[in-house]
Design a protein around this ligand. Structure first.
Ligand SMILES: C[S@@+](CC[C@H](N)C(=O)[O-])C[C@H]1O[C@@H](n2cnc3c(N)ncnc32)[C@H](O)[C@@H]1O
Length: 185
């Protein structure tokens, strides 16, 4: 499937990917929240979910994708509504605009204490430098670029350095295989 057609319809693989990330988010969040509940009353008890390659949020066939699945479940949970900070980014405004619209239309989205943040930036050196300098609250990062461009060890390390941070990356080795015989790659 070409990149241009990726969002035309949700493939079985895409649905499995979204299910894995959504389930893992809750398993991870339960562990972190359990630890935070032992902290003093005034301690920072926020957690974050950051998706730097978020896409438009829905496939063209209307199927809900990962960003909206995460938010929908968070809206249903009273504790999560207070704690969760969400950041979604994509390099393409053709994705962030529909994503922003879909998020605004989510039933109950205004009940989230922290409004979802949406950015349109190409992930590269600048974003990595920014994360390297930041002290992060416990954050689950989802890194799901097309192919392998944008996915680097430095990016993964820059987001894993602080307590409670975790990262799921989708590594499309088909793209590596395609490039193996290509001198330019
Ligand atoms: C596989 S799709 C993401 C699908 C999404 N994670 C989901 O579950 O619905 C990859 C997205 O990454 C974006 N992208 C690719 N390279 C990027 C980069 N360097 N910086 C920011 N976004 C990028 C593309 O525009 C595309 O929307």
């Amino acid at each position: 499937m070409t990149n241009a057609k990726f969002f035309d319809e949700s493939s079985d693989q895409s649905q499995v990917k979204s299910a894995i990330v959504t389930k893992y988010f809750w398993a991870w969040a339960r562990v972190i929240i359990g630890a935070q509940n032992h902290l003093t009353e005034n301690a920072d008890k926020r957690i974050a979910y950051i998706d730097l390659f978020a896409g438009p949020g829905r496939y063209k066939d209307g199927t809900t994708s990962t960003p909206l699945l995460i938010l929908k479940k968070a809206i249903e949970d009273a504790d999560m509504r207070q704690r969760l900070i969400t950041v979604f980014n994509d390099k393409d405004e053709k994705n962030t605009k529909p994503l922003s619209e879909a998020i605004n239309q989510l039933s109950g989205v205004n009940r989230l204490k922290h409004k979802p943040q949406i950015y349109t930036q190409e992930v590269g050196e600048n974003i990595i430098k920014m994360f390297e300098k930041m002290k992060l609250i416990p954050t689950l990062f989802f890194v799901d670029p097309w192919g392998y461009k944008g996915l680097s060890l430095r990016l993964v390390n820059s987001v894993l350095k602080d307590w409670g941070c975790d990262c799921i990356f989708f590594f499309n080795y088909n793209r590596i295989n395609m490039g193996l015989n290509n001198e330019a790659v």
